[in-house]
Design a binder for this molecule. Structure first.
Ligand code: FES
Ligand code: FE
Length: 420
């Protein structure tokens, strides 16, 4: 447990309209977050397509703790701490694949996919009272919704469906970008930025930065798409969904991808539609083309997963001023190859390492961390769209698309958990 003892001061650091930069900089606060947030709630660890078959596994993290997500031979999901019960070595270093067991490389203790200790070499060296049943890999709570697999270190945590609450509706809508096929993970790339994890958390429902930071991305688009992504002028909104979750609707027309299938095919997808027509009926062509560019919204699931238009953005806190980001591309499982290819090209265009979007975001996040070193009496303002300041608030927790409602929602959850 962290020894951070300043709970009353901690509550002061989050105000309704601002947060203190200590939240980005104080190592003791970071340590407390690992215990009171990442070890105390549901944390996203995998998509079910990554562990679809019995015997499949994926390595992941819950906060800083390495875990292995497995599907055992009976098809049951497990999330196991990736830590040998002998002397703590990780038992799996692969990113994912198929396995029948996990053998620790140090002294050879071997575990099943359910975490049970199957054997230890030279067992005669242990006392007769040594019981393998006492030394299985530690296992976390695991539940999934809509293909998203979450784990929790807290044995008595509320059911995942209650934690997600109204966010479930948006997960359902997000998964419609399979275009009638199940959504699958199509690959991921990772990078780190020199900044606190909450700087990225804030960004997912920040429409305000979009036309400014992403000017070069917007200028790389055809005219019709550039107009579509004029996100501050589409009648969108941002909504507090409870428990720190929020949704930012940027393009209302693209909220439900099973609607408006008759609409004219956008210019940027005409070539794809032509290609698909060679092997698919018009109804499939329309569904795939409508879904291929992703949804019109970003869903922020506190604390570590963004379902962001057409991809997953997963954050992993490394230290108080370093965060790893995974940009996870999405495909259609069993869908037309041309559609999946188009999805990957769009993903690379914005999110890729050489993309027009992510490098600009990462630069802005790093600058926040650098700038936060100045002026210890200055605060980070989250007051856009709050109260009667001229923004079109439509009710409690629902603001204009560029309101900082999502950030306020996340920080109120942060405060509840950190001060509980
Ligand atoms: Fe794993 Fe010794 S640390 S067997
Ligand atoms: Fe951005």
């Amino acid at each position: 447990m962290s020894d951070f003892q300043a709970a009353p001061d901690l509550a002061e650091l989050v105000q309704p309209d601002r947060v203190h930069t200590a939240l980005y900089k104080d190592p003791a606060i970071f340590e407390a977050e690992m215990d009171r947030i990442f070890a105390a709630t549901w944390v996203w660890v995998a998509h079910e397509s990554e562990v679809r078959e019995p015997g499949s596994f994926k390595t992941s993290y819950v906060g800083r703790q390495p875990v292995i997500v497995t599907r055992d031979r009976e098809g049951a999901l497990h999330v196991l701490l990736n830590r040998c019960r002998h002397r703590a070595a990780t038992v799996c270093e692969g990113s994912g694949g198929k396995a029948t067991s996990f053998a620790c490389p140090y002294h050879g203790w071997t575990y099943g996919l359910d975490g049970a200790l199957r054997g230890a070499p030279y067992p005669e060296g242990y006392a007769a009272s040594f019981d393998k049943a006492d030394y299985g890999l530690a296992s976390l709570r695991v539940e999934s919704y809509g293909g998203l697999i979450f784990a929790s270190c807290k044995p008595d945590i509320e059911p995942l469906v209650d934690f997600l609450g109204p966010a479930r509706k948006w997960i359902d809508l997000f998964m419609k970008q399979g275009g009638g096929f199940p959504v699958k993970v199509a690959g991921a790339h990772r990078f780190r930025f020199p900044g606190n994890w909450k700087i990225q958390l804030e960004n997912t429902t920040d429409a305000y930065h979009f036309p400014l930071v992403h000017r070069s991305f917007l200028s790389s688009l055809d005219e019709e798409t550039e107009e579509l992504l004029d996100v501050l002028n589409q009648g969108g909104f941002v909504e507090d969904l409870g428990n720190g979750h929020s949704v930012m609707v940027m393009v209302p027309d693209l909220v439900d991808l099973e609607e408006n299938l008759e609409a004219p095919i956008p210019e940027r997808f005409e070539a794809l539609a032509e290609e698909l027509r060679r092997s698919h009926p018009e109804e499939v062509v329309r569904r795939v083309v409508r879904a291929v560019g992703g949804t019109g919204f970003n869903l922020n699931l506190f604390p570590n997963l963004a379902c962001s238009m057409a991809f997953f953005r997963v954050l992993r806190p490394i230290s108080v001023d370093e965060t790893e980001i995974a940009h996870v591309a999405i495909g259609m499982d069993g869908g037309p190859e041309a559609g999946n290819r188009a999805r990957l090209r769009l993903h690379e265009h914005f999110q890729g390492p050489m993309g027009f979007g992510s490098p600009d975001d990462a630069e802005a996040w790093a600058r926040v961390q650098r700038g936060a070193e100045a002026g210890s009496d200055l605060w980070v303002m989250l007051n856009r769209g709050l109260g009667d300041d001229g923004c079109d608030n439509q009710g409690p927790g629902l603001g204009d698309v560029s309101a900082e409602t999502g950030m306020r929602a996340a920080y109120q959850m942060w405060k509840r958990m950190m001060c509980a």
